[in-house]
Design a protein around this ligand. Structure first.
Ligand code: OSB
Ligand code: MG
Length: 388
């Protein structure tokens, strides 16, 4: 691949109102803040989204539980003071240059993934090919690159079971073929039982976001009767060992999300049967480079993977779609259409759902989306530019 000198790097903290507040076992999000990274090189612009969030910042400690320790504040610091200075003026010929920096940083995967995505977009645009093709290039996969990927919708904790049933009915009518429900203690068995009564055959999975402990094993075992695709991250965010103990007692496959940040951790989880499935989302693992390595290992190990979401704007969504085109991504991802999250997405045209519960991959080079720069400017809370 030819080399591309990074002439400038721009960071923008943006805030977008969500159409529906998103509640999980650890908090509620009404607006979504994220950092949009853009890179300039010889007339080309690469875009990336850093998915570090701002759950409940400023509110009392009872609102402080996070999906990850990264916030827009920590990511801004790492991007501005470490990653951008390390990359500005450099001749880039591979996203692995960012992956190498991630290895040195020890942590901050979301910050790294945001700038790495922009590098992937830039390089794919320079080659004149869609990001999905760049991700496939030279990998020797058996199957051709698909033109659409299978998706589903993740439904947050609702005010009532009735409200949940209504949301499921609305989403399935829109064409979503797979539903994920957020659960927590006191919002689990009765909920799933009511859902199964109304939707006996619906492909259904649960996400606990670490709301349980191993002491809840007997209780969680009751979920085995509901023919669930998987239960995601039932136990602690940093645990692998106890998930294996839980899996030994459950028929429902365990999927890990929060616990898995690296290829080694994925290998350990598979080896001890702590996870039969992994949700490989780029933000959590430091970017698409690492996500692809973890995917390749999972594919060889015969373990299905899927791509989780972080309520991304169209920029992050486009990267997730490209990643989901890899052959081991055989399960539907949490990648819904733009209008599931936002009245107005920052890309044009927005992503829409096909009748078969898929979303089509863009065909233009790179991420293949046109960023609405005027709207982006209106949503910007803070910006900074790093130049040579
Ligand atoms: O655990 O998968 C998760 C959103 C924010 C943080 C963590 C998670 C989620 C989701 C939303 O489940 C998925 C989506 O983007 O639709
Ligand atoms: Mg999850």
């Amino acid at each position: 691949m030819s080399k591309h000198k990074l002439e400038s790097i721009q960071l923008r903290l943006i805030k977008m109102p969500l159409k529906h507040p998103f509640q999980t076992s650890f908090g509620i999000e009404k607006d979504r803040q994220c950092i949009i990274v853009s890179l300039q090189s010889s007339g080309l612009t690469g875009w990336g989204e850093c998915v570090a969030s701002q759950f409940g910042a400023g509110a009392g400690p009872e609102h402080w539980a996070f999906y990850s320790y990264e916030t827009t504040g920590t990511a801004w610091h790492i991007l501005k003071d470490f990653l951008a200075p390390a990359l500005i003026g450099k001749e880039i010929d591979s996203p692995s240059m960012v992956a190498d920096l991630h290895a040195r940083l020890r942590g901050h995967p979301m910050a790294c993934a945001g700038i790495e995505a922009a590098v992937w977009d830039l390089l794919a645009k320079a080659e004149g090919i869609p990001l999905a093709d760049l991700l496939h290039a030279g990998q020797g996969y058996d199957s051709p690159r698909p033109d659409r990927v299978s998706t589903g919708v993740s439904i947050g904790i609702q005010p009532s079971i009735e409200a949940t049933l209504q949301r499921i009915a609305a989403f399935t009518e829109e064409g979503y073929g797979r539903i994920k429900l957020k659960i927590k203690p006191g919002w689990d068995i009765d909920l799933v039982s009511a859902v199964r009564a109304d939707f006996p055959d619906l492909p259904l999975m649960l996400d606990a976001n670490s709301a349980y402990t191993l002491a809840d094993a007997e209780h969680l075992k009751k979920l085995d009767t509901f023919n669930l695709m998987m239960i995601e991250q039932p136990l602690a965010h940093d645990d692998i060992f106890q998930h294996a103990k839980l899996q030994a007692q459950l028929d429902t496959p365990i999927c890990l999300d929060e616990s898995i940040h690296s290829l080694d951790q994925a290998a350990w989880a598979y080896e001890i049967d702590a996870a039969r499935i992994i949700n490989i989302k780029p933000g959590r693992v430091g970017g698409l480079w690492n996500a692809r390595r973890m995917h390749d290992f999972s594919l060889k190990s015969g373990k299905p993977v899927w791509c989780g979401g972080m309520l991304e704007t169209g920029i992050g969504r486009a990267a997730n779609l490209a990643l989901s085109s890899l052959p081991g991504y055989t399960l539907p991802g949490d990648i819904s259409a733009s209008d599931r999250y936002y009245e107005e997405d920052i890309i044009d045209p927005p992503f829409t759902l096909n009748a078969d519960s898929t979303i089509s991959l863009p065909t233009d080079p790179g991420l293949g989306v046109k960023v609405r720069e005027k709207l982006l400017e209106e949503l910007t809370l803070e910006k900074t530019t790093i130049t040579t």
